[in-house]
Ligand binder design. Sequence first.
Ligand SMILES: NC(=O)C1=CN([C@@H]2O[C@H](COP(=O)(O)OP(=O)(O)OC[C@H]3O[C@@H](n4cnc5c(N)ncnc54)[C@H](O)[C@@H]3O)[C@@H](O)[C@H]2O)C=CC1
Ligand SMILES: O=C(O)[C@@H]1CCC=N1
Length: 263
Amino acid sequence: MKIGFIGGGQMAQAMISGILNTNSEQVINIHGGSIRTEKYAHAHGLNYVESNKQVALESDVVILACLPQHLTAVAAEIKSVLTTQVIISVLGGVTLATLSTALGDNVAISRVLPNTPVNVNAGTIAYIHNEPLLAQSESANQVDTLLQQLGSSYLVSEDQFSIFSALAGSSPAFIDLFIDAMAQAGVKYGLPKDQAIAIVTQTMLGTALQVQASNQTPRELAAAVASPGGSTIAGFLAMEEYGLPTAVVKGIDATIAKDQAVD
Ligand SMILES: NC(=O)C1=CN([C@@H]2O[C@H](COP(=O)(O)OP(=O)(O)OC[C@H]3O[C@@H](n4cnc5c(N)ncnc54)[C@H](O)[C@@H]3O)[C@@H](O)[C@H]2O)C=CC1
Ligand SMILES: O=C(O)[C@@H]1CCC=N1
């Protein structure tokens, strides 16, 4: 199966890393309309082709990884050569109906919302296939297998894509913000920044594994950390007082509102 990328930015590069981690021999065609993408392609042994149309012609699975505002122009370029190819769109906020209108009603399309940890095959990925793709079970299975290689994938109804996008697609940025804030506090008290980041990151990994393995809620697990009269409850209450939970929910509100305004 030949895979093609239209767009060679952050998400394309994260997916390509994950794909090559699984199979370093995978043929990947790419066009990104910029010298940066061409340089990236050459540095990673990808097949940089001259146009988006050429990506579509030479690939079995075409991953649309440009920005949502590029869809109309890209669709106009590739529509005439779409026959048996499967399209995977990672365009945030763009529905299957819009994709079908742009690319053709009979084109097999999967709407996918990955996140950047796909680069280490630890992504959290939403997907939904359109009717033409569902009618080709072998192609749908190929897409499912590709996504499973990149992380944990979830079949999500389209009306829940925005909330999924906020909690998984965007949240690596929010979690990075939290890691950085904790590490800054470590620096304030004398730790080197890289050591502080390593400590916080390992603690976050351990806590995430613990939440996954436990029957208790995160609130209950937090209560187990906070010894009566101890230091944790003092820090926990100060974080609540300064609005951490409210700030997080407000951030998710803004993320969802922006995603819903795309299409
Ligand atoms: N960055 C992320 O964590 C996530 C991004 N996405 C989606 O992935 C898509 C790409 O986002 P990023 O990689 O973050 O943006 P980016 O700005 O890093 O990449 C966009 C790419 O599109 C290319 N491009 C621009 N015009 C083009 C054209 N006419 N034909 C072909 N390529 C063209 C650019 O050269 C660039 O390589 C967006 O639709 C976004 O919603 C979805 C989930 C997560
Ligand atoms: O920021 C964005 O629009 C994309 C969608 C989810 C993550 N990145």
